[in-house]
Write a protein of this length. Structure first.
Length: 235
């Protein structure tokens, strides 16, 4: 047969996957910066307010149909089997918790802390995965986690929150970001299980649909009408 050797194909595929992960996390960083810079342009004199729950709902409600359409166009229409329905629900629940608390954490603790705590996600992922038997520990993983943790600590020490947060808000913001990282780790582990039976784009679309519905319910329960005066700078 013609074509590259299987080992070379596998290496190229691994490289593409790793590059995709790098680009994904870069987009997280730019997203946090964009969010914080947009918040500074809010004009409270015109009655504009930033409510993280409303913002998160708009974002999830925008992403869900786009991902669902993408899944239909690329791999076809499909719904999860009944036996996997609860897994899909909890996948969306973990995304809902993670996204909401991340936005609240950025608001209270600052973008620096929110971005630097993200390296704890693989720490929690490996820890929980090993405890549940879903992941195997290795020296390479331990070394990689150590580099991530040391890098995060080096950036945070001496500049925690900076002038953006203080006191109780900083502590609560740190807690939000910590739980955000835990929820994201749980999401990755559950998604890994689901993608063995479904395409990744289907799994992502279902998760966002569930997350959008939960965020909408949270918005209805925990907001007042004035919270929905959406700032023009956030559009």
């Amino acid at each position: 047969t013609k074509g590259p050797a299987p080992a070379l194909v596998s290496a190229k595929k691994r490289g593409a996957v790793q590059m995709g992960v790098v680009l994904t996390h870069c987009s997280f960083v730019f997203g946090a910066i964009l969010l914080k810079s947009s918040m500074k342009e809010i004009d409270e004199g015109r009655g504009e307010v930033f409510n993280p729950i409303v913002y998160a709902f708009y974002r999830e409600a925008s992403a869900a149909p786009l991902l669902f359409l993408l899944s239909v166009l690329t791999v076809g229409y499909r719904l999860p089997l009944r036996k996997d329905a609860m897994s899909v629900f909890f996948l969306g629940f973990f995304m809902f918790v993670s996204q909401l608390l991340y936005i609240m954490g950025v608001d209270m603790a600052g973008v620096l802390m929110a971005s630097c705590v993200q390296p704890s996600v693989p720490v929690f992922t490996v820890m929980i995965g090993v405890m549940l038997g879903a992941e195997k520990g290795s020296m390479r993983k331990v070394i990689g986690i150590m580099f991530a943790v040391v890098g995060a600590i080096s950036m945070v020490v001496g500049s925690v929150g900076g002038a953006e947060a203080s006191g109780g808000n900083l502590l609560l913001g740190d807690l939000c970001i910590l739980v955000n990282a835990l929820a994201m780790a749980a999401y990755y582990l559950l998604a890994k299980k689901l993608v063995t039976n479904y395409s990744a784009v289907h799994v992502a679309a279902w998760a966002y649909v569930v997350a959008a519905m939960l965020m909408g319910m949270a918005a209805m329960l925990w907001t007042v009408p004035t919270d929905w005066v959406f700032p023009q700078s956030m559009v």
